[in-house]
Unconditional design. Structure first.
Lengths: 379, 335, 260
């Protein structure tokens, strides 16, 4: 069993780390406060092929693997969870399904600009009445000659306000329940499509999270993704892949926070000693260190399974569940280690704690992950 | 040819467009000490045009002999021109040692010479001495990025070559009454020998874009007290060729601009010298400057945290100490 | 246009720490990086590749692990990478190093040779000019701008107090400083592509046909007699003197350490 990364993966890590230190970290605190979308970095990341890591070069991708993709998200997240989610939402949740289920024409038309980072993508499944229970889709799509007409709305869509390509789930046959859901590729400029409410959030504040509104939205027939009625199953598979991205993000947040704690504990002195000399705190960070290591192994295993063509849904659920809860625990305890200073914006750790929370919620709450794991365990 | 046949200590007398450089005089100062130890003659080698005044200075500052190569083609530095003249001279006269200033010019010229003469060159020497056993020149310089010091010798090749940074050695006192032989050589140089064509030379005032690039930072904190008081720090920064910095307290009080803030929420700097005035040294500040090569802290409070981190901790009032420092430095510069 | 870039893998001397107890250098765990000035040299070559289709070959003399630095160069966009590596090169000073590199470069086509001004471990700034001398080509050091003109290059050379514009015919060697450009990051697609399609060629002393007398320790006119650590930082001398004496003391310390 070889636990070492390949040379390519090592270089990807090195490249993203350098980029993160030089470009992402310096603006991370500011964009969190101002909720400013970091467009300048997005452009740089696109140029360096960060948006298409696991996709084939034929489609403008980098021709890499999912472990490298996970490493990229992980490294970005150490400094800024907002920047990393912009990439993972676009890659896993929009480019992902088009790559997995699209026709050659659809891939050439939509996948290529996504992989090159020329356009950003978003995934619309969640609705006001369909969160954890995603099957309750109320957005409908009615076939009318050479196009579908979509009506309904989606909420909490990451990249909503900045994406140009959307993969949207809509009900084409209500009588069939989940087997009546289909997926569509929607362009921002299609008539009848608009952005609704823009959410103000606790964390990942500079990422665009919005409502999508479909009012007699015209979607050409060719933009049906896969087959009618297969939408729910495609959505679930998409989320399996997306979970690797979120798990990587949570992992990176936890690692970033722990690294801040390490530096601080060596410098900060109380009672005549640095914090690192106190056993209570030593034990605390030892426990966190082990959990982060576990989270990393779960994330890499899930990604490696996908690369090997093996079923990876449960592995991804385990990784996401554990990494997210670890991120929350690590960031909370790290703020505690910093004490009063940790609660202020003087240090980045309070932002990391606010950013961590969403990883327990989106792309399937921790409770959903447990449902997936239990279903697999008890089958 | 044996090692013993090489005699004489040469100093490359660097001049820029007719202005003799201070490094040339400093090298004569140290060169004279080395030459005396070896019982050899100290020769200044000057390349340029209209050299009479410069020759006078070289004589007054300690040369035992001056060799002058005078030509309009040598007024402005060119690698090809200077290398040809000096190597031909060195091959003919066989000096034991050649010193070159480690200016941009010297660092361009030095290795070109040493490669053509197939000998060793040691760059940026901070101290020189003679090995009593074999009379080799012992050249000491920083190594491994400045984390170590190394003493290097060029035992089997001649001339032994060393470059030295400006300001490392002292020149001798000027003695206008000194005399020594001056030899003007014939210059075998044509335009075709010089393969680079200079189309313009522009002098530019150095503008610092980012405090993180500064080599010397004079920084003030809460203890400075008021915006006007930063003027004192500015005078020190100016005379040292450095810039001003400030702690978070100084910035928040409006005493310095935000772009000059050093610390956790400001910039991280690692200058050669960081002089902290009236800064207590909270870890947020230290996080921004603790990697500086040499830290000097001036603070009324001897127990302030920064005093333990500094290389040099002065308990006192910056407003009295700094003016004295400025006066002393100006005194040294005038010499 | 054919460009050869000379590059060195160095320990990141900015990250080196001193062992507090023994006062010695901690060399393990210091990351290896492409020498910063060499990265600027490589970046300029890549720019000329972008704008003028130049072919960029990177050459480095080093131990086997220097292969990583060459991989990084390929990932940044270089066309070919050659590692000149042999036990015979051990102990080389700058002249012996230059001789090895020159033997390798003579096997390549070149119009321009780019090198970094100096390496952050040796800090000598000697190899670039020595290579130029051994190849018999002109050199321009401290380059902060490069443009292609008919038959050659127009180069802006930095001086301490300004700059000089120089025109020169190729072949020529240029040494790059930080101000020349902002080096690009490795490109992720290049990372995967180069491991699939490219290899770092490794040349031994025999491959380059170098005269063994000119290499390694044997070919080094300069030899290290001894090395010692500098005084450890942070040994705070607390000084309590009246202002004039205190000022005197500080200034003398500044002078002693060659800061003024």
């Amino acid at each position: 069993m070889d636990f070492t990364l390949t040379k390519q993966q090592e270089l990807v890590r090195q490249m993203v780390r350098e980029f993160t230190i030089n470009e992402v970290e310096p603006i991370a605190a500011d964009i969190d406060v101002t909720e400013r979308f970091p467009i300048e970095n997005i452009e740089k990341m696109a140029k360096n092929d960060m948006f298409g890591i696991p996709f084939a070069t034929k489609y403008g991708g980098a021709g890499g693997d999912y472990v490298s993709y996970a490493i990229c998200i992980e490294e970005l997240s150490k400094a800024c969870a907002t920047t990393s989610v912009i990439v993972s939402a676009s890659s896993s949740l929009c480019a992902g399904p088009i790559d997995a289920f699209g026709t050659e024409e659809q891939k050439m038309k939509y996948l290529v600009p996504l992989c090159k980072g020329e356009k950003l993508g978003a995934f619309g499944l969640t609705e006001p009445n369909a969160g954890t229970d995603a099957s309750g889709q109320q957005t409908v799509a009615v076939l009318d000659g050479d196009h579908y007409v979509l009506n309904g709305s989606k909420i909490f869509i990451t990249n909503g306000g900045v994406a140009e390509t959307f993969v949207i789930a809509a009900m084409t046959d209500k009588s069939k329940g989940t087997r009546g859901i289909s997926m569509f590729i929607v362009e921002k400029d299609f008539p009848g499509f608009s952005i609704g409410k823009v959410e103000e959030k606790m964390g990942i504040r500079a990422s665009s999270t919005t409502e999508l509104v479909f009012t007699d939205c015209i979607v050409p027939k060719e933009n049906l993704l896969g087959k009618e009625g297969k939408g729910f199953s495609m959505a679930m598979q998409t989320l399996d892949s997306g979970r690797i991205g979120v798990a990587s993000q949570a992992l990176g947040i936890a690692e970033g926070a722990l690294e801040e704690a390490r530096k601080y504990m060596k410098e900060r002195k109380q009672f005549g000693k640095p914090l690192s000399a106190f056993q209570g705190l030593q034990w605390m960070v030892a426990e966190l260190d082990v959990k982060v290591e576990c989270a990393q192994l779960l994330v890499y295993k899930a990604a490696a399974s996908k690369d090997a063509g093996l079923p990876y849904g449960v592995a991804a659920a385990r990784a996401k569940l554990f990494a997210a809860e670890t991120a929350m625990e690590v960031t909370t305890k790290v703020v505690q280690i910093f004490g009063g200073y940790g609660y202020t914006k003087e240090y980045p750790v309070e932002r990391m704690m606010r950013d961590a929370k969403i990883t327990e919620i989106y792309e399937g709450t921790s409770q959903v992950q447990k449902m997936v794991i239990a279903a697999n365990f008890l089958k | 040819m044996s090692i013993a046949d090489y005699k004489g200590v040469w100093v490359f007398a660097e001049q820029r467009d007719g202005v003799l450089q201070k490094i040339a005089l400093e090298l004569l100062g140290e060169g004279s000490r080395i030459a005396t130890k070896l019982g050899m003659e100290l020769t200044a080698v000057l390349l340029g045009d209209k050299t009479d005044d410069m020759v006078k200075e070289l004589v007054a500052y300690g040369a035992d002999k001056v060799i002058v190569a005078e030509s309009p083609l040598l007024n402005h530095f060119s690698t090809d021109g200077y290398a040809k003249v000096i190597t031909e001279l060195a091959n003919e006269r066989k000096p034991s040692i050649i010193f070159v200033g480690a200016s941009y010019l010297g660092r361009d010229l030095g290795p070109r010479l040493s490669a053509r003469l197939t000998t060793g060159l040691v760059a940026d020497c901070t101290s020189l001495d003679i090995d009593p056993e074999n009379s080799n020149l012992m050249m000491t310089r920083p190594a491994f990025g400045g984390n170590l010091m190394a003493t290097i010798v060029c035992g089997d090749h001649r001339p032994q070559m060393a470059t030295v940074r400006p300001g490392v050695f002292e020149k001798l006192d000027r003695d206008a009454s000194r005399t020594c032989p001056v030899e003007k050589i014939t210059v075998n140089l044509t335009e075709a020998d010089i393969r680079t064509n200079t189309t313009e030379v522009i002098k530019v005032a150095q503008v610092l874009a980012d405090i993180a690039d500064a080599n010397i930072i004079v920084s003030g904190g809460r203890g400075v007290g008021a915006k006007e008081n930063f003027a004192v720090l500015e005078t020190l920064a100016e005379v040292l060729g450095g810039v001003i910095g400030g702690s978070r307290a100084a910035v928040e009080n409006g005493w310095v601009d935000k772009s000059l803030q050093v610390g956790q929420t400001g910039k991280t700097v690692r200058p050669n010298v960081y002089i902290a005035c009236g800064i207590s040294g909270q870890i947020q500040h230290l996080a921004g400057m603790s990697e500086s090569d040499y830290i000097i802290a001036i603070n009324k409070d001897a127990s302030a945290p920064i005093m333990k981190v500094a290389n040099l901790a002065i308990a006192g009032d910056y407003s009295k100490i700094i003016p004295e420092m400025v006066a002393k430095i100006n005194e040294l510069k005038a010499k | 246009m054919n460009i050869v870039v000379c590059l060195k893998q160095v320990p990141d001397t900015n990250e080196v720490k001193i062992d507090a107890k023994t006062g010695t250098l901690i060399r393990e765990g210091v990351p290896s990086i492409i020498n910063p000035d060499d990265k600027n040299a490589l970046e300029e070559a890549l720019r000329l590749k972008d704008t003028d289709g130049a072919h960029v070959t990177v050459v480095s003399m080093g131990p086997p692990q220097a292969e990583k630095a060459l991989r990084e160069s390929l990932a940044m966009g270089a066309d070919e990478a050659i590692l000149v590596s042999d036990r015979a090169f051990a102990g080389a000073d700058t002249l012996a190093t230059s001789n090895a590199l020159v033997a390798a470069i003579k096997k390549l086509d070149y119009d321009v040779i780019f090198a970094g001004r100096q390496a952050i471990d040796g800090d000598t700034a000697q190899v670039g000019p020595e290579i130029a001398e051994l190849l018999g080509i002109p050199q321009i050091t401290y380059v902060e701008k490069v443009d292609i003109i008919a038959g050659g290059l127009k180069v802006q050379k930095a001086w301490e107090d300004g700059y000089e514009t120089i025109e020169v015919k190729t072949p020529v060697l240029l040494t790059a400083i930080k101000e020349l450009n902002e080096p690009r990051y490795m490109n992720i697609k290049n990372i995967f592509e180069m491991y699939a399609n490219k290899e770092v060629k490794v040349w031994s002393a025999d491959d380059i046909g170098a005269n063994k007398e000119l290499l390694g320790l044997k070919g080094s006119p300069t030899k290290v007699k001894k090395s010692m650590t500098k005084e450890a930082k942070g040994q705070a001398e607390l000084v309590e003197l009246p202002p004039k004496e205190a000022a005197q003391f500080v200034v003398s310390k500044l002078k002693e350490n060659h800061f003024i």
